[in-house]
Design a protein around this ligand. Sequence first.
Ligand SMILES: Cc1ncc(COP(=O)(O)O)c(C=O)c1O
Length: 388
Amino acid sequence: MSKYLSSRIQTIQLSPIRETFEMASVTPGLVRLEVGQPDFPTPDHILEGARNALLQGHIGYSSCSGLMETRSALAERLKEDYNFIFDPETEVVICNGASAAIYLTLRVLVNPGEEVLRPDPGWAQYDGIIQDAGGTPVLYPLVPEDGFTINFESLTKLISKKSKAIIINTPSNPTGGVLDKDQLEKLINFAREKDLIIISDEAYDKIIFEKEHIPIATLDKSGDRIITVGSCSKNYAMCGWRIGYAVGPAEIITQVSKLQSLVNICPNQVADKAAEIAFSGPQEPVSKMREEYLERRDFFIKGLMEVPGYNCSKPDGAFYAFVDISDFKMDDWDFTRFLINDVGVTCIPGSSFGEMGSGFVRFSFASSLENLSEGLRRMKLHLPGLLS
Ligand SMILES: Cc1ncc(COP(=O)(O)O)c(C=O)c1O
């Protein structure tokens, strides 16, 4: 490693998911079910909004918290959807995706050596972000027996004097689990008792099926220790536009905005305008995509349950099936390699999301029914031989 690199950057490992991508990109004819992004196009009225924004000259720098009209449109949207009320002037910053919102927030909050709890299994990027902020990731287990929800007994054991914050993610990538009101209220009390800040990653809030999404911030009267992170990526099929946000106490958000001004000056203004249209425009395309995900979920989960050796429950949200493959007596990486090379289907090994994901693989059903059906056909054909 070069002597010029900081010791900090050398401690950060990129997610091993890359290996799956690399294997997948050199193998022709695969059914790609590893991809974590909508396969729908961005809705037309949002594209039209972006075109108009360009024609109207929205091409300069803007506020380092993002355009005021986008922040106001988001405030209206969250009020209408969840009765989530905040001040768009001081309590929200528009960022380059939920990724940037989480990154900047942790940079603002974490001192060297402090610990940040994150769900295991959970989005692997949290670890690198926490480490880059000088902190230490502490993984709290989510297990299928508890429906992948928080077990407060095991959480308590992980708290130390260095604990600073806890990240939650509902609906969850990769489990599809959704935290209910009771769990969220318990967490608020727990965080108050242990003096923790809660960072609630709600990037999939609109992709939810039978259950209801409750932003944890709406359950907390004082509003002094919760940062809510959201995104246009999954809800509005806008992954590449790079728009997300953080909502929270003004004293924290002001600092996030200050840091954003150093990294990006401001969000990309055309994408920021497109997000305004996404928040203020018709929400039918969002419901329509959700209905399609629901149809695909039911079809795909039923099919997966017919594959000998697979065990999985119905996800309540997001677009992932998290499948227990322990019957195959195979490491989840070896299983993934077998699936890619011998079956012709891609997935993500569960251990890439944390140790608790070992023995699982994640499939994405953000893919057409035809693709899902072909993936199931191949797995039903090839996997029984692996069990015997
Ligand atoms: C749980 C979770 N949080 C955040 C993100 C980042 O989303 P964005 O595209 O808004 O940066 C992702 C992306 O896959 C995710 O799965």
